[in-house]
Each structure stands twice: as structure tokens, then as C-alpha cells.
Design a protein around this ligand. Structure first.
Ligand SMILES: NC(=O)c1ccc[n+]([C@@H]2O[C@H](COP(=O)([O-])OP(=O)(O)OC[C@H]3O[C@@H](n4cnc5c(N)ncnc54)[C@H](O)[C@@H]3O)[C@@H](O)[C@H]2O)c1
Length: 274
């Protein structure tokens, strides 16, 4: 039991990664509070854990609402682990994005991490082995078109994690982040199980498969537990090696095809007069 006698609050715990993290923590003896804006889904997840014998409860919390965040943490009598996992992805190219959309995405994905950290801090300062795990993404350092605000927020989470890790060290609060690659959604898992002709293009995965939410949950457990007692301020990439690939590798085979078909031609004569 890696988390016996500890209490964790996980944001976005009604979602696929948050629910997997709550279940993994509960299996290690942790009391879990599943916070989400969708409380019915969080309650269903908490009920499943209680039926397995865990101390689990759902908490309604909009991570962008400072008053709500303050209230939730002020109502807890103790807290050992905070997992800042809530987040949303929306595809908007820079030219099509409004300031409102930019602010909204930064607020949900990044400002929320500041708010929850700020109001969890006094509780964590009194914990025996306090830990925070923040959910970033490989999109923090590997870009896809259409994700400017999401990528900026996820990069910001890594910087905020490092800053908080330094500040927290005086109180023994360890702070780390995780950058998952694409993980299998419940819908994809259902299709794989039910449809023999359903395949996932795995060229971009060096291990030949995408990850499971449980594999991100295992990494979160490691960072939250005493197994990582001397790990502070790191960003743990959990993507099966996907982000190690250089441009021109399997992941960019589309570009190689364009080059061969002559869609771009380098023209040295244009600069030969200089
Ligand atoms: N699943 C992946 O492949 C993947 C990859 C990289 C990073 N991530 C990150 O992991 C985290 C979890 O992703 P997921 O795949 O489980 O997503 P998900 O959509 O299944 O779950 C996200 C949860 O966050 C909640 N949420 C959204 N806005 C909220 C708010 N304002 N207040 C409280 N809760 C709110 C949603 O209700 C949902 O339950 C996110 O931060 C995401 O960016 C996921």
C-alpha cells in the first residue's frame, strides 16, 4: 500500500485520466476526493471506488472559479496529495482564435493549476509527505497546428511546476508534472474490443501502440508516492517514446511525400547576386 493513510484530491476526476488516477490511488490505500465540474460523472466514479471498499467522494469544483476552489480546500481537514489534472483541448488556429477563446483555455488549463495549488498549499504544508502532480502534455514541447493556447498552457504548467517545486522544497512539498502522449480513450478501447476491423494508425508510436490511461495513472502514483521521495521539479514524459522521433521519421512521412512530388523547390539563384 504505497499511499496508506493519505488523502488526495484529483481535479478532472470524472474524465478518463482522472478516474484512472483516482482508482490507482484508491487501490494503494489512499482516500480520494474526485473533483470535477461534472459532478454526476465524478459521483459515479466515486461510487465504483466505494463499492471496492475505498474512501472515495465526489466534489463539485469548477477549477476556474476562485471562490469555489477556495471553499473546497477550506472544507478539507487534511490533504497529502494534489493532482492538477483538469484540462480541455480545443482546436483553433492562431488567426481564427479570439482573445476570449485564448483566455478561456489558459484559464481552464493553467490558471486553474495556480488556483488549486494556492488554496491546497496550507493543507500540504501540514502533511507528512506532501506531493503535487500537474498534468501537462507532450504538446508542451511538440507542436500540432491548431493548439496555440493549449500548448502555451501546457508549457506554462511545466514552468509553474519547476517554480513551485523550488518554493515548496522548504516545506518538503514535492511538485512534478507529467506529459502524457495520446492515450486510448474509452471509446477507442470499446471499438477495439467490439470491431475486428477497427485499427489505430500506430506509425507514430515507437512501441507500436498508444498508451492506456492506467499507464499514466501508474506514473502519477510514482510521483505522488514515497518511491519518488527525491524527485522534485521534473516533467515525466509518458508517451512510449513518441516525442523522441525526429522530423523526417515515420511521424512526418506526409512531408517526405510532398518533397518528392516537388511541391517545394529550393531556388539558390534567387540569392546568387549577394
Ligand atoms: N488523454 C490524453 O491523451 C491526454 C494527453 C495529454 C495530456 N492530457 C491531459 O490530461 C488531462 C486529463 O485528460 P483526459 O483525457 O482525462 O480528459 P477528459 O476530457 O476525459 O477529462 C477532463 C476532465 O476535466 C473536467 N473539467 C473540464 N473543465 C473543468 C473545470 N473548469 N473545472 C473542473 N473540471 C473540469 C471535465 O469535466 C473532465 O471530466 C488534461 O489536462 C489533458 O490536457 C491528456
Amino acid at each position: 500500500m504505497l499511499l496508506a493513510n493519505r488523502k488526495a484530491l484529483i481535479t478532472g476526476a470524472a474524465g478518463q485520466l482522472g478516474a484512472a488516477i483516482a482508482e490507482r490511488f484508491a487501490a494503494e490505500g489512499c482516500a480520494v476526493r474526485l473533483a470535477d465540474i461534472h459532478v454526476a460523472k465524478a459521483e459515479a466514479a466515486a461510487l465504483r471506488l466505494r463499492q471496492m471498499g475505498a474512501d472515495a467522494a465526489a466534489v463539485t469544483m469548477d477549477v476556474t472559479d476562485e471562490e469555489a476552489v477556495q471553499r473546497v480546500f477550506s472544507e478539507l481537514d487534511s490533504l497529502d496529495i494534489l493532482v492538477n489534472n483538469a484540462g480541455v483541448t480545443r482546436i483553433n488556429k492562431i488567426g481564427d482564435s479570439t482573445l476570449e477563446q485564448w483566455n478561456e483555455l489558459l484559464h481552464i488549463n493553467l490558471t486553474s493549476v495556480f488556483l488549486c495549488t494556492k488554496y491546497a498549499w496550507p493543507l500540504l504544508q501540514h502533511a507528512k509527505a506532501p506531493a503535487i502532480v500537474n498534468m501537462s502534455s507532450t504538446n508542451a514541447f511538440q507542436m500540432n497546428p491548431g493548439l496555440p493556447a493549449y500548448s502555451a498552457a501546457k508549457s506554462g504548467i511545466i514552468a509553474f511546476t519547476q517554480q513551485t517545486a523550488l518554493e515548496g522544497a522548504a516545506d518538503r512539498i514535492r511538485v512534478n508534472s507529467i506529459s502524457p502522449g495520446k492515450t486510448l480513450s474509452a471509446e477507442m478501447q470499446r471499438q477495439l474490443a467490439e470491431q475486428t476491423d477497427f485499427v489505430i494508425d500506430c506509425d507514430c508510436y515507437p512501441l507500436g501502440r498508444p498508451g492506456y490511461p492506467e499507464e499514466v495513472a501508474n506514473a502519477t502514483l510514482f510521483l505522488a508516492s514515497d518511491l519518488a521521495s527525491f524527485v522534485n521539479g521534473v516533467n515525466l514524459v509518458v508517451d512510449g517514446g513518441m516525442s523522441l522521433q525526429a522530423v523526417g521519421g515515420l511521424v512526418r512521412s506526409d512531408l517526405r511525400r510532398h518533397w518528392k512530388s516537388g511541391s517545394y523547390t529550393f531556388a539558390p539563384e534567387a540569392t546568387s547576386d549577394n
